[in-house]
Design a binder for this molecule. Structure first.
Ligand code: SAM
Ligand code: SF4
Length: 433
């Protein structure tokens, strides 16, 4: 029996694509190998969002050269965004790779792997949203569900619209059917997934989809990522407010506090528009957690622009951020812009961003000390049987400690926890008696 191993890099979209490839292979009778060295077939599901992710993949691929020499029957496939971008160049650069398939072609994984000749599958797939694939899920409590594919926004720094193609929404009936099936299998939390979920457009709008998911019996929590600020409508804010299970958390990437930089980034909103949306969210949903993405050192970013981003962090008080220094991506508009910022400046700005936000995140977490939070239990701790991890509604990670009397608690339980310790990026608590 053929053993496969999938090595996944990058975002949740890639993690979920890997779950689909795994679903297809298992349905074909393949079995999952415990490690890469034990596999007859290795798939790298790659990410090209930043240069660092790309370098990490190529160095891991390099390590397979010896293994392939010793095990000539080993099949190596490269999937994901680097596959889409590089196409047949990967075979030229790394001749021991057998197959290349972009993110729009993972449905063909079975046929590609059976082929005796090198395959390059990087065509646009207009049917991606209408193709239902089996999914082999890794998590037993939380499930991710694609509601749309691709992106039309062409932010000037971003490679995604080139690697994942045009925006295509999945039919709402298929999404709801999948989530009902997950509820029957005991999943407690679903996350609706897309590059820009709030531009979802099928027979119903995204706020209507959220309301429909909210009604599905058995599901306890509903989340969604990622939202683009330009498409955050009043209807969506009200749908979050009025739904029972939609969590009070939104990931709303700001990218920069300077309207000049936002315009160069082609984000289609200014800083004041963004603040207006944050105010509305907090007015309608007072406890909502807001997290964000920030890019440091975009072309033409002056010290003043950077100071505006620092001021934005102080003013908005995000619950958490992902921050990156700008990474040049060949083929994007920003790659050829004037005023590229030197690496050491990008890094020092990024460090300042982290320092400022770390204090804010810590202060926000400390404000939760002694409060009672509803936690969905996820993972038991392998080393400590009296500890499990879970999350608050607002998506903060909590280590939950319990005594013998709570020994019947298990993954998927929704429990009340008293917060006894607040760290910078996590909380600790005990089960409320
Ligand atoms: N569609 C989502 C959005 O708009 O937020 C996710 C896109 S991407 C996977 C996640 C984040 O990566 C972006 O929000 C941006 O901050 C960052 N990013 C994308 N391209 C980048 C680049 N060239 N350099 C640095 N960061 C980048
Ligand atoms: Fe990239 Fe912008 Fe699309 Fe997000 S919205 S995937 S940052 S182009």
């Amino acid at each position: 029996m053929t053993k496969y191993y999938i090595s996944t890099f990058g975002c949740q979209m890639n993690v979920h694509d890997s779950e689909k490839m795994s679903g297809i292979l298992k349905a074909e009778g393949y079995i999952e190998a415990d490690s890469l060295r034990d596999a007859d077939l290795v798939i790298f599901n790659t990410c090209s969002i930043r240069q660092k992710a790309e370098q990490k993949f190529f160095s891991e691929l390099g390590r397979l050269k010896e293994l392939k020499k010793r095990k000539p029957g080993l099949t190596i496939a490269v999937a994901g965004c680097i596959a889409q971008q590089e196409g047949k160049n990967i075979l030229k650069r790394v001749p021991y790779v057998d197959h290349v398939m972009g993110p729009q072609n993972i449905h063909m994984v079975r046929d590609i792997l059976k082929s005796n000749i090198n395959t390059i599958a990087i065509d646009d797939n207009p049917l991606i949203a209408d193709t239902e694939l089996p999914v082999e899920r890794k998590d037993e409590v939380r499930a991710w569900i694609n509601i749309m594919y691709g992106c039309n926004n062409f932010c000037s720094y971003c490679i995604v619209p080139y690697t994942r193609g045009r925006e295509r929404s999945r039919p709402s009936a298929a999404i709801l059917h999948e989530i009902k099936g997950l509820a029957e299998r005991g999943y407690g939390e679903v996350t609706l997934l897309g590059q820009n979920v709030n531009s979802y457009a099928d027979d119903i709008s995204f706020p209507e989809l959220l309301k429909a998911v909210d009604k599905i019996e058995g599901i306890r929590r509903v989340r969604f990522v990622t939202s683009h600020p330009k498409d955050l409508s009043d209807d969506l804010i009200l749908a979050i407010r009025d739904s029972e299970k939609v969590c009070e958390h939104i990931h709303l990437p700001l990218q920069s506090g300077s309207t000049k930089i936002l315009s160069l980034m082609n984000r289609k909103y200014g800083y004041d528009d963004y603040i207006g949306k944050v105010d509305k969210l907090r007015k309608e949903i007072p406890g909502i957690a807001i997290t964000s993405d920030i890019i440091a050192g975009f072309p033409d970013e002056t010290v003043e622009d950077h100071r505006m981003t620092i001021k934005a962090l102080h003013d908005i008080q995000f619950d958490g951020i992902f921050a990156f220094h700008y990474s040049v991506r060949a083929g994007t508009r920003a790659a050829v812009m004037e005023g590229q910022v030197e690496d050491h400046i990008k890094l020092s700005r990024l460090n300042e961003i982290f320092e400022v936000q770390n204090d804010i995140s810590e202060r926000k977490n400390k404000a939760l000390l002694n409060s009672v939070q509803e936690i969905l239990l996820e993972m038991p701790d392998e080393k400590n049987p009296k500890k499990m991890s879970g999350r608050t509604q607002t998506n903060k990670i909590v280590s939950v400690y319990f005594d013998k009397e709570n020994a019947t608690l298990k993954s998927g339980d929704l429990i009340n926890v008293s917060i006894i310790k607040a760290n910078r990026h996590s909380l600790e608590g005990i089960v409320k008696p």
